[in-house]
Design a protein around this ligand. Structure first.
Ligand SMILES: NC(=O)c1ccc[n+]([C@@H]2O[C@H](COP(=O)([O-])OP(=O)(O)OC[C@H]3O[C@@H](n4cnc5c(N)ncnc54)[C@H](OP(=O)(O)O)[C@@H]3O)[C@@H](O)[C@H]2O)c1
Length: 328
């Protein structure tokens, strides 16, 4: 597995105007050419449309050289017509069949329960064990689980990776989930590793986000919060100029140091960003630099996060799905 993966959500969803399909496919191929082999999607993104896109993009690549990470949503989505509980064995099997079809493959490498709900961790884990034995999935995971949910499920069918938000601005899992992953040898796929782009230091309070771009409602992009978060940008800029790399690369290099089994999956929709972000794997932060950077980070207050509930109503329903926070 490559050190850094590609989050494919933004090719059809979430950040305003998307590149056209041909360009998106070209960028996926570019990432593969540069050594990236891990591609993340979900049935929730654009309600099945993102999986279709990823299926098209991966069609021309050797199947055994790419790792497909796909996620199933715990509740029925528009267009779903089946009576059973989505998380029952029948519900999961039916969901998976649709996903395999859209992806144009007969197995998914990493199959993740998207934004966990409480109560049926063991049952879902049991179904995952069956699907692994049947070869329909190679491994499974949970997205944004609490520590006790990991423990319950992992006791039934060992979990390969957790997928949760992690970046210099979102470190909430450091107290329990990350240590638990270390203890149990579970991988950690870090989504929104660049805090929706904020940590690239390329956005300012003057940046305009248009249409259904979620950054119109995400609270860390609130203009006042952006101003208040300037110290983190100053910090990354300083390290970037010392290391001779870009701020985006510093933020990803910092992620990579957090845990040796952590794989960040930035979203990137321009060739120069694909090159830049994947290039972060070559930026070496020493243990001393990482500790010093973390110590400075610990002193900063972070304003806002990926939620934006107060203004949520202004975003069309089909694009609200980044996860749990938008559902509350
Ligand atoms: N499990 C979950 O609940 C969950 C939730 C959210 C996301 N995810 C997964 O995680 C992936 C990544 O999440 P994310 O898209 O929020 O990640 P992110 O990398 O933190 O944010 C992506 C945004 O940052 C911008 N960006 C990325 N690299 C940049 C650079 N070098 N310079 C300037 N701007 C840059 C992109 O800009 P452009 O738009 O201009 O390219 C994009 O809008 C998603 O694709 C999805 O697969 C999972």
């Amino acid at each position: 597995m490559s050190a850094i993966g590609m989050g494919c959500m933004g090719f059809t969803h979430a950040y305003g105007t998307c590149p056209d399909e041909r360009e998106g496919v070209r960028l996926v191929h570019k990432a593969f050419e540069l050594g990236c082999n891990f591609f993340d999607t979900a049935e929730m993104y654009s309600y099945f449309g993102n999986e279709e896109f990823v299926g098209k993009a991966l069609k021309e690549l050797p199947r055994d050289q790419v790792i497909i990470s796909d996620k199933f949503w715990p509740e029925k989505l528009p267009g779903h017509h089946f009576p059973e509980d989505k998380l029952s064995e029948a519900g999961i099997r039916k969901t998976l069949e649709g996903q395999l079809q859209r992806l144009g493959t007969d197995y998914i490498d990493l199959y993740t329960e998207h934004q966990m709900r409480d109560g049926n961790e063991e049952e879902v884990a049991h179904v995952m064990g069956k699907l692994i034995k049947e070869g329909k999935i190679r491994a499974w995971g949970q997205s944004s689980p609490k520590a006790d949910q990991i423990l319950k499920a992992n006791a039934v069918t060992p979990i390969t990776a957790i997928q949760s938000e992690y970046s210099m601005m979102a470190r909430q899992w450091e107290s329990d989930v990350l240590p638990l992953c270390r203890e149990l040898g579970i991988g950690f796929v870090a989504f929104s590793p660049m805090a929706n782009g904020f940590l690239s230091a390329r956005y300012t309070a003057q940046s305009e986000f248009k249409g259904d771009d979620l950054r119109t409602v995400i609270s860390r992009f609130d203009k006042e919060n952006m101003r208040r978060n300037q110290p983190i940008i100053d910090l990354i800029n300083r390290y970037a100029s010392e290391k001779g790399c870009t701020p985006a690369q510093i933020s990803l290099a910092w992620d990579l140091m957090a845990y040796e089994q952590l794989v960040p999956i930035p979203g990137m929709r321009r060739e120069e960003r694909v090159v830049e972000n994947l290039g972060a794997a070559d930026v070496e932060l020493t243990q001393e630099e990482y500790q010093a950077l973390t110590t400075e980070l610990d002193k900063l207050t972070i304003y806002g996060d990926r939620t934006g509930l107060n203004k949520l109503a202004s975003v069309p329903e089909s694009t609200r799905d980044q996860g749990d926070v938008y559902k509350k």
